[in-house]
Design a protein around this ligand. Structure first.
Ligand code: ADP
Length: 328
């Protein structure tokens, strides 16, 4: 406008030009004010945009955010109003970081708790107790007697493949068959637990007749292999219904086993109920024969054990032992 005014009146004297300009300004003052307001608004928005692009606005926002966020602390907040503020800010943070790639390095571990800070609240929070291996075989039930003046008698209800004392001078007795190549019952359980090396060792025992490595009433010895015990003594009991004198043959089987134990410096020995399974020997009769035989042939063994798998066998041996010996 001013340019137009000056152009229109460029041939007039200077004083009259000035008066004309003032008149024009007076006439269009509202319009000029409006233009000035528009121009100011434009300037303000431009400056604000440039500040934001330069990162200054984000810095300012971050500073104000830090002021609102309380420092990380294990102590509870001072007031409920602070809790509200923190929760809101945390929600905002979570939303804004959802699309971000995962951080390249894991977050730092939590600081270690001070030693002896507080007692454990539950058994699961406490340090595990050191595992203490049982010193000896743990049976379901055990009763102990004085077999002789120097030898103890243990009756156990359990599995003979788990039995051991020291793994050096101990032996379990296997109720085997004459071929010594494994079979059912306690024989099969012992071969399974001892592993295939036991069968190989049995095969290396020489046959005294074709197919017979151990006749009825005799005994042979091998290592224990994968069993916890050091030796296995293999003996063959009588078939109750087929043997002419089953009692003497059963007594022979126990005595042969005890003699072989002594020859091999075995101090601890455990028997099953020989012949009381497939070979059909009655438990009560077998209990009497076995207990009187081991009493008379214990030699310098420290302990004689019976590991009885079935309840009727356990009952028969305990009753017979209570008649013959004193419990410790
Ligand atoms: P046998 O042929 O001399 O009769 P068996 O093996 O058939 O021998 O049975 C002898 C006894 O051993 C039976 O009373 C049987 O219950 C018992 N027995 C079987 N398995 C085990 C085991 N793992 N530990 C102890 N005794 C067992």
């Amino acid at each position: 406008m001013l340019v137009m005014a000056t152009t229109c009146h460029k041939h007039k004297p200077k004083s009259s030009i000035f008066v004309s300009s003032l008149t024009l300004l007076q006439r269009y003052k509202f319009f000029l004010s409006f233009v000035a307001v528009l121009f100011s608004a434009y300037l303000y928005s431009t400056i604000r945009f440039e500040l934001r692009e330069g990162g200054k606005m984000s810095d300012i926002q971050a500073e104000s955010h830090e002021e609102l966020t309380p420092p990380l602390s294990l102590s509870p907040p001072a007031s409920s109003s602070q809790v509200t503020v923190t929760e809101n800010i945390d929600n905002t943070r979570q939303d804004s970081t959802e699309d971000l790639p995962p951080p390249s390095s894991p977050p730092p571990p939590p600081p270690p708790s001070p030693p002896h800070s507080s007692p454990p609240l539950s058994p699961s929070a406490s340090a595990p107790a050191p595992a203490v291996a049982p010193l000896r075989y743990q049976a379901q039930e055990t009763v102990t007697f004085n077999l002789t003046e120097t030898c103890l008698l243990f009756l156990h209800r359990g599995d003979i493949t788990k039995w051991f004392v020291d793994g050096q001078s101990d032996a379990i007795v296997n109720a085997a068959n004459k071929r010594l190549l494994g079979g059912g019952g306690v024989d099969g359980a012992i071969h399974n637990a001892a592993g295939p090396d036991l069968l190989q060792a049995c095969k290396e025992i020489p046959e005294i007749h074709p197919g017979i490595r151990c006749p009825v009433g005799s005994a042979r010895i091998t290592r224990g292999f994968q069993l916890p015990v050091s030796h296995i003594i293999h003996t063959v009991g009588p078939m109750y219904d087929l043997e002419e004198d089953p009692e003497s043959k059963l007594s022979d089987a126990y005595r042969s086993s005890l003699d072989l134990a002594k020859e091999n410096e075995v101090k601890y020995i455990a028997f099953p109920a020989i012949s009381c399974g497939i070979y059909g020997y009655p438990y009560e009769e077998a209990a009497e024969v076995s207990l009187t035989t081991v009493r008379d042939s214990a030699n310098d063994l420290k302990e004689v054990h019976f590991v009885l798998f079935e309840a009727p066998a356990w009952k028969a041996w305990v009753e017979e032992a209570n008649e013959l010996f004193e419990q410790t």
